[in-house]
Design a protein around this ligand. Structure first.
Ligand code: SF4
Length: 409
């Protein structure tokens, strides 16, 4: 008997796409997390995103609480290896600015963006751009009117809040929606999701909000999320821990694997999405690397990065990676440069080093390498690329000009 035979059949939901990641329908259940950096800190946020991706996170959310954050997103989105969702509270203009920055999705809290004209303005723009929105109802920030009507944050009040938002969206013909009805109380969120899943077929994002630090936060998150998943409810999940968000991503991944809902891969290959800085065809190299790794039993995270300017730093959590620059491949282990190979040998070198690391560990790989030489060569190619491409290879500055007009208009 398969593990999945013990769970209720998964409830059928519609499918939407968050960037390249499908959510709902028969798509694998995905793991989400949220950065805790200031979104305006582009490099710090990207490093956290890469660490999250390496830990098994499929979709990441970043706060977009001020115009500097929206401008940061204009630079983060082209370099993020996983789809980026902007978290919006109170200010609908931040949702518009985030879409100008190119985000793959939005999260709106119906409890704090309440004016119908604002909700509809955001939904219309999202419809035109094909950007999905999560209706993120939270028991702690419920619309005061619904709070009074239902005598508190009851499951019924939370479901009504979500349905009201959907009604506004329907007025402007927008249906790229997923929904969450989170609470810090496990019984409350479980019941709210059960009621919601009975009345809608939009994909559901599960979570116990403000669950607190581990281990109690992990227990609460698992209690709520696993209960619903075993009932066939839920299409994407997030643990909310008072901890490094990497712990959230790991917990999400481990829970799905424990329930038999996601398979562990051999090599976990992560790759940058490529952007204006890319020096090679990242998709081609990533595909060739996947093929070369095949079924080899190498439980390592391996990163394929488009440029040596940012690649080793962005993917410094990966066990092994390669970044392109000046027709050469720069290999790195845990963010440290270890070797330089001709571009034509990048894939073979990756496989060879992955096998060495699998047998001897990352520290032995670093000890074996001439790191000083590799770092010197990487620095040379990095500065050559910066001279050739300038500092704004992704043309983020033009988007930032548009964002400033929206926010100040
Ligand atoms: S090409 Fe470089 S800057 Fe662009 S996403 Fe890849 S590693 Fe990051």
């Amino acid at each position: 008997m398969q593990v999945s035979d013990w769970t209720t059949e998964r409830r059928k939901t519609r499918q939407i796409s968050v960037g390249k990641v499908a959510v709902g329908g028969d798509a694998p259940i995905t793991v989400q997390s949220m950065t805790i950096t200031k979104t305006a800190d582009v490099e710090g946020t990207l490093q956290q995103i890469y660490a999250l991706a390496a830990a098994g996170c499929d979709i990441v959310r970043c706060t977009c609480n001020e115009s500097e954050a929206a401008e940061g997103l204009a630079q983060i989105v082209p370099r993020s290896p996983i789809p980026v969702i902007a978290d919006i509270h109170h200010q609908y203009k931040m949702a518009l600015a985030a879409m100008q920055a190119g985000v793959h999705g939005l999260r709106l809290n119906p409890g704090n963006i309440r004016r119908p004209e604002h909700i509809k303005a955001v939904a219309s723009e999202a419809r035109d751009r094909g950007v999905p929105i999560r209706i993120g109802v939270n028991a702690g920030s419920l619309d005061p009117e619904l709070y009074d009507k239902h005598g508190g944050p009851t499951p019924e009040a939370m479901v009504e809040s979500a349905l009201r938002e959907i009604a506004y969206f329907e007025e402007v013909d927008f249906d790229l929606v997923k929904i969450s009805v989170k609470a810090s109380s496990v019984p409350l969120m479980v019941e709210a999701y059960r009621q919601l899943s009975a009345v809608t077929d939009f994909p559901l994002h599960l979570g116990v909000t403000e669950a607190g630090p581990p281990p109690a936060g992990l227990v609460k998150g698992t209690a709520g999320i696993a209960t619903l998943l075993m009932e066939g409810i839920g299409d994407t999940i997030r643990y909310s821990l008072t901890a490094d968000p990497v712990e959230e991503a790991k917990a999400g991944r481990q829970l799905l694997e424990a329930l038999g809902l996601r398979e562990r891969k051999n090599v976990d290959l992560i790759a940058c999405p490529s952007c204006g800085r890319a020096e090679v065809d990242v998709i081609d190299i990533a595909q060739r690397a996947m093929k070369a790794f095949g079924d080899r039993q190498l439980p390592l995270q391996v990163a394929v990065m488009g440029c040596v300017v940012n690649g080793p730093g962005e993917a410094r959590e990966a066990d092994l990676g390669i970044a392109a620059g000046n027709k050469r491949g720069h290999l790195f282990v845990k963010g440290r440069n270890i070797a330089v190979v001709p571009e034509s040998e990048m894939v073979e070198a990756l496989v060879e080093w992955a096998e060495f690391i699998n047998e001897h560990g990352t520290e032995a790989a670093i000890a074996r390498a001439d790191t000083a030489l590799a770092e010197r060569e990487a620095a040379k190619d990095r500065s050559m690329l910066l001279n050739a491409q300038g500092a704004d290879a992704n043309h983020s500055d033009a988007k930032i000009v548009e964002i400033r007009k929206t926010v100040s208009g």
